[in-house]
Design a protein around this ligand. Structure first.
Ligand code: ATP
Ligand code: MG
Length: 226
């Protein structure tokens, strides 16, 4: 049997239970052998906004996943030159696993609906099975509309497989993961305002943030809230 490898890209600034629980449920539902978190070195979509150092973001991920038998971290996006383009990362991972693996790329519904702005996005659907994670407040009916209009009109929902099937492209899975309305933006904002982030991130990550005085001066432009 070919290995089933999950890949979850993101900025992870910082990693939180929304990422981790969705990853856990995907590994279980799709019987993945391993899941690699691939923090983006220079995310093309966050241009303009200040992002924490790669090393801090990587360290927090390491702390969050250290006891998980199937979770791992890949530095690949830092090693690759230039901006972090997911297509390039996935091509490279497929080359590196010479024995052949099936790649599953986890993406939240918010990010999925913007995939058409990603570099060479249509190739994503040939390289990996997309696994779309539920994330409020987005509407799941948008997935099919997106696939049919932006990728191919031949996608059709297969209830048995919990996936959209296609005659020539890889299936797109839709996960029924627990809705957790947690975002890194919100966490940065809470820390900057001196509020608690307990139970939104793993305790080791919370300690790391405070020990290293991360996000204290972060400015979300929402100082008037609260
Ligand atoms: P930010 O607020 O800085 O954008 P974020 O919480 O969206 O941070 P990212 O690092 O941007 O986190 O997300 C990485 C991936 O994880 C994306 O595909 C995103 O859609 C998904 N994701 C993030 N939070 C959740 C969540 N609570 N539930 C499901 N998917 C999530
Ligand atoms: Mg995001």
């Amino acid at each position: 049997m070919r290995q089933r490898i999950g890949i979850m890209g993101g900025t992870f600034d910082p990693v939180h239970f929304g990422h981790l629980r969705a990853a856990e449920e995907t590994v279980e539902a799709l019987e993945l052998d391993a899941l690699y978190f691939t923090p983006a070195a220079t995310p093309p979509h966050k241009g303009g906004k200040a992002i924490l150092d790669f090393d801090h973001r990587r360290r927090m991920l390491e702390l969050a996943i250290q006891d998980h038998p199937k979770f791992a971290l890949s530095d690949i996006e830092r090693k690759l030159p230039g901006k972090s383009y997911t297509v390039v990362t996935l091509r490279r991972l497929l080359q590196d696993w010479a024995n052949g693996v099936d790649l599953y790329f986890l993406v939240g519904l918010d990010a999925f609906l913007e995939l058409n702005t990603w570099w060479h996005f249509q190739e994503l659907f040939e390289l990996a099975r997309m696994c779309v994670l539920r994330r409020p407040p987005y509407d799941e009916t948008a997935i099919e509309a997106f696939l049919r209009s932006k990728v191919s009109p031949d996608y059709a929902w297969e209830p048995g497989a919990q996936a959209f099937a296609h005659p020539g492209l890889l299936p797109v899975h839709y996960l029924c993961n627990t809705h957790l309305e947690i975002s890194s933006t919100r966490i940065r904002e809470l820390v900057a305002r001196g509020r608690s982030i307990r139970y939104l991130v793993p305790p080791q990550v919370m300690r790391y943030i405070f020990q290293n005085k991360l996000y204290a001066g972060w400015n979300a432009g929402v100082e008037t809230v609260g």
